[in-house]
Design a protein around this ligand. Sequence first.
Ligand code: ADP
Ligand code: 5GP
Length: 212
Amino acid sequence: MKRTGILIVVSGFSGAGKGTLMKRLLERYDNYALSISMTTRLPRPGEEHGKHYFFVDRDEFEKHIEDDGFIEYADYCGNYYGTPRAYVEKCLEEGRDVILEIEIQGAIKIKNKFPDAVLVFVTPPDAGELKRRLMGRGTETEDVIRKRLSRAVEEAQGIENYDYIVVNDELEKCVEDIHAIVIASHCKVQKSIVRIEKISEELSGISKGEKE
Ligand code: ADP
Ligand code: 5GP
């Protein structure tokens, strides 16, 4: 029977460890496809076009919006971020589980368009650790860190939109928690209803045959 892929949305405060977790999850398991977003923010040192993001200017991003090239997009701290449509649709069609590492406005749009999507929110163990991780990463100025921390406060208020929260304290355990959520999501009744209908139809045929 053909396996259907699941859309997994992973959100969380900037610096919570989403990128690190996704890298580890993909190293460990091969059923995942990670969507690469398009953004107008500038690359950080070490980030590559086509690997971490597709880095474009605002004109190019807006052209993609006009062409209906995104399944969702949002503005985050003054930059556009969007999920290109083609890759996600292709991977789902192939039965792969597709991870979207996106912020909350995008997550809500995905839940509305794809009700079977699973929304996971990653949180650090506490606020002090979040600040330490953001500062420790050393990729943003103090001003940008301040903006991102205040954005984190807003995002916390939208937590009820998510299906699961995972605490990224010990990295490996958190990776396993996310993988377990995906396994459980594949076993949801709604995902298997067609299979059960087929089995019960066959059973009904068998039981009639036995009677005759
Ligand atoms: P995000 O993608 O959520 O913005 P990153 O993955 O860039 O966050 O992680 C932010 C910083 O926190 C990085 O320096 C990363 O190495 C560190 N980090 C991530 N997960 C953990 C963890 N479980 N324990 C300690 N440090 C972590
Ligand atoms: P960063 O600049 O730290 O890479 O990402 C900033 C925020 O944008 C993060 O919360 C990240 O999850 C989110 N983000 C990345 N790609 C997308 C996307 O395609 N769509 C939306 N809505 N958010 C995204």
